[in-house]
Design a protein around this ligand. Sequence first.
Ligand code: ADP
Ligand code: MG
Length: 338
Amino acid sequence: MKLSELGEFGLIDRFSKQFIEKIPVDIMGIGDDCAVIPVSDTESLVVTTDLLVENSHFLLDKISPFELGYKSLAVNLSDIAAMGALPHSAFLSIALTKNLTVEWVDEFFRGIQTLCEKYNCLLLGGDTTKSEIGISINFTVIGKGKTENLKFRKNARPGDLICINNITGDSGGGLKLLLEGMEKIDNPDYKKLISAHNFPEPDVFEGEFIASFKSVNAMMDISDGIDSDIRRIIKQSGCGAIININKIPISDELKKVSDELKWNAVEIALTGGEDYSLLFTINPDGFQEFSEKYYNKFGSQVYIIGEITNTDKLEYRDGNKMMEFNRRGFDHFNVTNK
Ligand code: ADP
Ligand code: MG
């Protein structure tokens, strides 16, 4: 069988079972945004790693070295935030091609340093090697959090409201523009979408804050698209979900560009990945208090996009009408992906 038939998640399921069996009950590994290792009665380390490969995750001529350094670390900090922990330290392994300039590498590390300083993350080690076939960038990031606050994908409960803390789809729109070669066009809306894709901000403090509420049951970051990521929450939690596509927050810029270029903005918001907003489920009884406190702290609202159900299906509705939506979010190895 070809890997393309199995898909990324099928592949992870296939090899991971034998390793998951050996993981002691107090440690959480494989399946969530981070692994969780308790280090005292009250605190845990959380650990995540992400690999960015040239031509698979980025095109060298469509992202600045500063943005690439920033994004490579940001996607990992987003996974730390998705658990409700704060970053502590990072390890960076890079394979670089010899045609790169020293100035390029300086800018790449300036991007990393900027983000390290913003969120108090120390670069403690890594590995550097040359590559004949393009750049690879792998960060491993360690975070720390209060064990009782950490949130997992597996704890969503029927009746929970499904929320996201930011607009979604801009990054997916930005990627479409880049792939269509439109990055040089002087249009502020295009620039905003491309920036969302190349220069994402991890919601580090938001994640820690959301996780401090007992009424929040499950959380993850949206890296592959709402459609794909909510499926992971309901699969692991043994429940279903209903998403109201009317409620998905889409930026004015994405709406404008979608009208102009005849894109379907809702589809981009559901299936486009890499927005790195936080997707979480909350007991409705705690929502009002939570949303007021969130607004007071961050000056922005959270959006209710649906509800966890006691079926095992993901359903969509448009206002009161049920609807079909079949396109899945991004999945490596699956040939149907663009
Ligand atoms: P995320 O999008 O949050 O980075 P992924 O979808 O990439 O998470 O991975 C899903 C889960 O599978 C994570 O817990 C990740 O640690 C685990 N995983 C992915 N690839 C591997 C691998 N090669 N070896 C062990 N665990 C893996
Ligand atoms: Mg994640």
